[in-house]
Design a protein around this ligand. Structure first.
Ligand SMILES: [Zn+2]
Length: 181
């Protein structure tokens, strides 16, 4: 004997209906409920697999679920490329410092014999190269101004391409690539 959960009267343990209040005690599943439980199980399993791989459930209905994978800042690659960049930039500097540390001061000993002959023991100074004559600039001030303006325009275009056009193109192309996904 057990108590009916609805009316608390004593009824048979195997009772399907309470003989006092007439309510159904054993819940029999309908085919629709079974189908719903099946889809829920399939969805649960898939969600479980995703969450094991680091995905987070955003929202969930009976037949659909949305998950997201939070982006993570990858310190390993950040530091890796930072290090590569530092080495690439710093290597010539380091090599020069090593070269400078190893290099010795040059010395020369000068002596004069009794006969008045100069003896040089060490480096003989090489003559300084003759100054290269500056190219003659026979342009008029207007021509020079025009040339400067051309140079400014070229630099402006290069800067525009490097800092505006190329980044914009990259951004547009990546946006297009993302649409396809
Ligand atoms: Zn009852």
């Amino acid at each position: 004997m057990k108590a009916c959960p609805f009316c608390a009267e004593q009824i048979q343990d195997d009772a399907i209906f309470c003989r006092f209040c007439g309510r159904e005690l054993v819940h029999r599943t309908t085919p629709e409920e079974e189908a719903r439980m099946r889809t829920a199980n399939v969805l649960d399993q898939a969600i479980h697999n995703y969450m094991n791989a680091g995905w987070v459930l955003v929202n969930r209905t009976d037949q659909a679920a949305q998950l997201k994978k939070p982006k993570r800042f990858n310190w390993f690659w950040f530091l890796f490329w930072l290090l590569i960049g530092l080495v690439a930039i710093g290597l010539p500097v380091i090599l020069y410092l090593i070269y400078y540390a190893v290099k010795k001061d040059e010395t020369v000993t000068l002596s004069v014999s009794k006969e008045g002959v100069l003896l040089i023991n060490g480096t003989i100074p090489s003559p300084k190269p003759a100054a290269v004559p500056a190219p003659v600039d026979n342009r008029t001030p207007e021509e020079r101004k025009a040339a400067n303006r051309r140079l400014l325009i070229i630099l402006g275009v290069v800067a525009l391409v490097a800092f505006i056009v190329i980044p914009s193109l990259c951004w547009i192309l990546s946006a297009i690539a993302n649409i396809g996904q």
